[in-house]
Design a protein around this ligand. Structure first.
Ligand code: B4P
Length: 192
């Protein structure tokens, strides 16, 4: 198996690039944002709990997200590799993911981090708000809060995997195709 984390701040293009990587390499996509939005759409207890955090630009509690990922990994045994998109978002989630994978004798092979300046992130989220229908995209204060949460809580995930030398940072500014090609080069270089 080859397990990849696509890492970056909100609006950096993780969802956009994930779609392309999945169709090229056949990863099993595991986006916690998508899973949470589907829980909200289905009006489950988990979704109702998550919605208030997401609408405020806060992270959903670790235990909720980790439980969701655990279930998704267990129900997708035998896949070629997972592409984790938007997860882990805290050091505690990263440690939990390492344990979950280790229990299947697996590990994270590579973390590809998209580097995008803050003013561009805000512009992209404003643009996405016009079509996404996402309540967390509509409010500029919420967008700024999401970036602050990224700096305070999520950057620690990159530090965690850097100690194992598994992080490659790439420029996330430019055309979607050019960024996809630089991500693909890193994956190809590892023989996946
Ligand atoms: P996510 O669903 O993960 O979404 P995201 O980080 O906002 O966006 P992404 O980086 O995927 O950007 P996209 O491709 O859409 O998270 C939503 C919320 O869920 C979180 O705030 C949190 O509350 C909760 N959550 C999720 N996971 C969690 C976890 N593990 N723990 C706790 N809470 C969690 O790109 C953005 C826009 O830019 C799009 O409009 C796109 O078209 C455009 N774009 C993309 N690439 C571009 C490029 N190269 N140039 C110009 N525009 C580009």
């Amino acid at each position: 198996m080859f397990n990849l984390i696509l890492f970056g701040p909100p609006g950096s293009g993780k969802g956009t690039q994930s779609e392309k990587l999945i169709s090229k390499y056949g990863f099993k996509h595991l986006s916690t944002g998508d899973l949470l939005r589907s829980e909200i759409a289905n009006q489950t207890k988990l979704g109702l709990e998550a919605k208030s955090f997401m609408d405020a630009g806060q992270l959903v509690p670790d235990a909720v997200v980790i439980g969701m990922v655990d279930a998704a990994i267990n129900s997708n045994k035998g896949v070629y590799g997972f592409l984790f998109d938007g997860f882990p978002r805290t050091k505690a989630q990263a440690v939990a993911l390492d344990h979950l994978l280790a229990s299947h004798e697996e590990k994270i092979d590579l973390v590809l981090a998209l580097d995008v300046p803050e003013d561009e992130l805000l512009q992209r989220m404003i643009g996405r708000a016009k079509t996404s229908g996402r309540s967390d995209d509509a409010n500029p204060e919420v967008q700024k809060n999401r970036i602050a949460v990224y700096k305070n809580e999520t950057l620690a995930v990159a530090d965690h995997y850097s100690q194992f030398d598994r992080v490659v940072t790439l420029n996330g500014l430019g055309s979607i195709d050019d960024i996809f090609s630089s991500l693909s080069k890193e994956i190809d270089a590892r023989g996946f």
